[in-house]
Design a protein around this ligand. Structure first.
Ligand code: FES
Length: 509
């Protein structure tokens, strides 16, 4: 069906490819700051911007380069419509807290809009209605219940039978006046402003621990320390657990995006379906034409047989529904999901109140990441935030969190054992270029990837976090861990935590 379409060989997000960033140095000595931030995504950069404006001395470090993690790989919808959530929030937390969640997300949206206005940032910002649609009879009643929840929360909305985008659908719930933008054009300005106000940024600087003396210090892999009064872990997965047991309270989920051009004109709006497989659709402008961003195909990290098939499924959907004239980019992203779907934002544990965590954004990082930066800045500057109880990482809600807790950890236990026992192939000699397999070398489970120059790269597949076995991700050419979502390049280097050490290399001698 799609033979005429040239598929991009390597994954690369449009956002990174369309903005130039300066490089920042690696930290090569120990330094001091008021606040040390780990992670240069939307949370870390926005927090640096807010704190530096108040004369707080900020040092921000990133294990790679800034704005190249999930923030650089998003679909960048700025909306409080986070899928089917409000009915569940009312049932689980009650009306008041569900209302607070909407208010917090809406304030984050307004913050982005006001910041763009204030600095006159040219970042392709447009206000759009957000559509949550379904083509499934089963989900019709769920959408109706969600509409009732919107009404109880006084969220301006409408349930409709038609929408501007022509895709098969039976009903859609509109949340009015949401927005979209180019996240890196926006954040580039915040980086510039933070630096002007004294923030220091260091790249290729991996944080591996937090140590306490009177105050906390961030310890880097090279043995340097950032001594500070407060630490903000904006590194997606907290690099420092502090006995908060985060691996038992979150799971990692991957999703995919293809960016295409079509002969059809994009009709406006932002769309996501309620059922699986997810289809999330918006557009942006590229060279004066609509660039259609078609995302979805979520699955738990390391638990999909052939990740390239997820790109193919999106491509086939886009070709069937819109017609592809050009297939320009493809990329994937990783998100973390908490037990009750509400992010963890606040002190890492009840006892360690000067180390903050911001994670579990459940694919809604533009609003949740901005909210996290606002909340943590308030907690540092004023000692409190309006939303601290709702998002507290120390909360524990018995239902349905316990069920989720049991299922996350049963899943981890299953993968911990499964990888050790499974049959492995020994067809290394039959590998084609750009293919990988898992085999046993001297009895050790070994991942082997053959690159474009026929060179074999062999790694011990035991994840350096807690010992599960990684699986090959053919779409992104990485080794992904099914337990807590660590990801490694084909040479074994850490792409994404919680693992801090690379996979061990294997020599076949
Ligand atoms: Fe935890 Fe691999 S990410 S064991």
């Amino acid at each position: 069906m799609t033979e005429h379409i040239k598929i991009p060989h390597f994954p690369e997000p449009y956002w990174r490819d369309s903005v130039d960033f300066s490089n920042f140095p690696k930290l090569d000595k120990s330094i001091e700051a008021d606040v040390g931030i780990v992670g240069g995504g939307i949370t870390g950069i926005t927090a640096a911007y807010l704190l530096a404006k108040q004369n707080v001395k900020v040092v921000l470090i990133d294990a790679g380069v800034i704005l190249n993690g999930t923030t650089g790989h998003t679909t960048a919808k700025i909306t409080a419509q986070h899928g089917l959530i409000y009915n569940e929030l009312i049932e689980h937390f009650g009306l008041e807290k569900a209302s607070m969640y909407y208010k917090a997300s809406s304030e984050a949206k307004e913050f982005i809009k006001n910041t763009i206005d204030k600095h006159d940032i040219s970042c392709d910002f447009t206000e759009e209605d957000a559509y949550l649609y379904t083509n499934s009879d089963f989900y019709l009643s769920k959408l109706e219940m969600e509409k009732k929840a919107y009404d109880r929360l006084k969220i301006p909305s409408e349930l409709v039978k038609n929408m501007p985008l022509e895709v098969p659908m039976k009903s859609a719930l509109i949340m009015k006046n949401q927005a979209q933008y180019h996240p890196l054009k926006y954040l580039k300005k915040l980086v510039k402003d933070s630096i002007k106000n004294g923030t220091e940024i260091y790249e290729h600087t991996t944080a591996i621990d937090v140590e306490y003396n009177k105050h906390p210090s961030i310890i880097t892999r090279d043995g340097h320390r950032v001594s500070c009064r407060y630490v903000i872990q904006a590194s997606h997965y907290p690099f420092y657990d502090g006995q908060g047991f985060y691996p038992t309270r979150m799971y990692a989920d991957r999703s995919y995006v293809v960016a295409i051009k079509s002969d059809k004109k994009f009709p406006g709006g932002m769309y996501i379906n309620a059922e699986s497989p997810t289809r999330s659709i918006r557009s942006t402008q590229m060279d004066g034409k609509d660039l259609w961003l078609v995302g979805g195909e979520n699955h738990k990290t390391g638990q999909s047989k052939s990740t390239i098939n997820h790109y193919k499924a999106l491509e086939q959907f886009a070709e069937k529904e819109f017609g592809i004239s050009e297939y320009i980019y493809r990329w994937s992203a990783q998100d973390l999901i908490t037990l009750d779907k509400v992010p963890y934002i606040g002190p890492i544990t009840k006892e360690q109140r000067s180390v903050f965590v911001a994670t579990g954004f459940r694919k809604w990082g533009m609003t949740n990441g901005t909210l996290a930066a606002q909340m943590i800045s308030d907690l540092i500057l004023a000692g409190e935030s309006n939303y601290q109880d709702l998002y507290s990482p120390s909360r524990f809600q018995a239902d349905p969190a316990v069920r989720e807790f049991t299922s996350i950890n049963a899943d981890v236990a299953k993968h911990l054992i499964k990888g050790k026992l499974e049959y492995t192939s020994d067809l290394v000699s039959e590998l084609s270029q750009d293919e990988a397999t898992v085999t046993r070398i001297k009895g050790k489970r070994t991942g082997v990837y053959k690159d474009q120059d026929d060179k074999l790269h062999m790694v011990d597949t035991t994840c350096t976090h807690l010992g599960c076995e990684v699986e090959w991700n053919s779409g992104d050419r990485t080794w992904d861990c099914p337990c807590h979502g660590s990801r490694f390049s084909y040479t074994g280097d850490v792409v994404e935590g919680p693992a801090k050490r690379p996979l061990n290399k294997v020599k076949n001698d």
